[in-house]
Design a protein around this ligand. Structure first.
Ligand SMILES: [Zn+2]
Length: 260
């Protein structure tokens, strides 16, 4: 009996390994990949800006160098822009319509006074807050009784993420995702997520799941806050600097992906 059992066990293990290896696993780029190095530089710079351990002037110079470099590094990707943008934009909250989800019907967008390089400047809000039905603030959709997917508005390269936020942290964005789209030469920011499912260096398409919506971030986790996704679109200027861009009309015409 023993050899039969052993043979059975061997084949079970063998096929389970084959089965697992055929799943679409994310293979991270090599650490020496120039794009991966750009991601690491971006994450380090963003951390320094948030911690105020870099002066706004130095941060601005470092950002400029990084994004002019990134524009060159992604030159080849711009050849497929018509394909990248052909599918249109996807509303970043699964199962929700722009007309009911966008906070204040778009009036929450306040770009005035925005300074990406100085985290002490806090009056502006060059973003849209996209809300879900969550009366008891538990991060779970009241109707569907499950967490809500954060979807990529457009494709691009995942530049930086955070997924280890705790309530002791002063970070306002909580668990976030930054995506760079070479075709739009734009940075897309998705904040307050519960979990993050993508990794720096990963290329994504519009509609891909970036994570689950949540209430992470210094203000977002407080009881007074209503569960939302903070969505920001920054255009990179020809000089390589970030500039707020209001994506309201693009959001309004974006495609809604239904619950699965
Ligand atoms: Zn916000």
């Amino acid at each position: 009996m023993f050899p039969v059992k052993a043979v059975f066990l061997f084949f079970t293990l063998f096929f389970s390994v084959i089965w697992k290896s055929s799943a679409p696993l994310y293979v991270p780029p090599a650490e020496t990949d120039p794009l991966m190095l750009s991601c690491q530089k971006f994450e380090a710079l963003y951390q320094s800006i948030g911690d105020s351990t870099i002066t706004p002037d130095s941060a601005s110079a470092a950002f400029k160098a990084l994004f002019l470099d990134l524009r060159q590094l992604t030159d080849a990707f711009r050849k497929d822009c018509s394909e990248d943008l052909a599918g249109g934009y996807v509303f970043p909250v699964r199962g929700y319509y722009p007309g009911t989800s966008i906070g204040g019907r778009g009036k929450g967008y306040r770009p005035s006074g925005f300074d990406f390089f100085d985290s002490r400047v806090r009056k502006s809000h060059p973003a849209h807050d996209l809300f879900i039905r969550d009366k008891n603030n538990d991060g779970i959709d009241d109707v569907m009784c499950e967490q809500v997917d954060v979807l990529a508005f457009t494709g691009g390269l995942v530049l930086g993420i955070r997924q280890d936020w705790t309530s002791e942290s002063q970070w306002r964005g909580g668990n976030y995702v930054w995506v760079y789209n070479p075709c739009l030469n734009a940075l897309l920011y998705y904040a307050h997520n519960s979990t993050v499912d993508v990794r720096p260096g990963q290329w994504i398409r519009a509609g891909d799941v970036l994570g689950k919506m949540g209430r992470t971030g210094f203000n977002a986790w407080q009881p007074r806050s209503t569960t939302h996704l903070h969505f920001m679109y920054l255009k990179i200027t020809d000089e390589g600097l970030p500039e707020p861009y209001n994506p309201l009309s693009l959001l309004m015409e974006s495609k809604v992906l239904d619950w699965e």
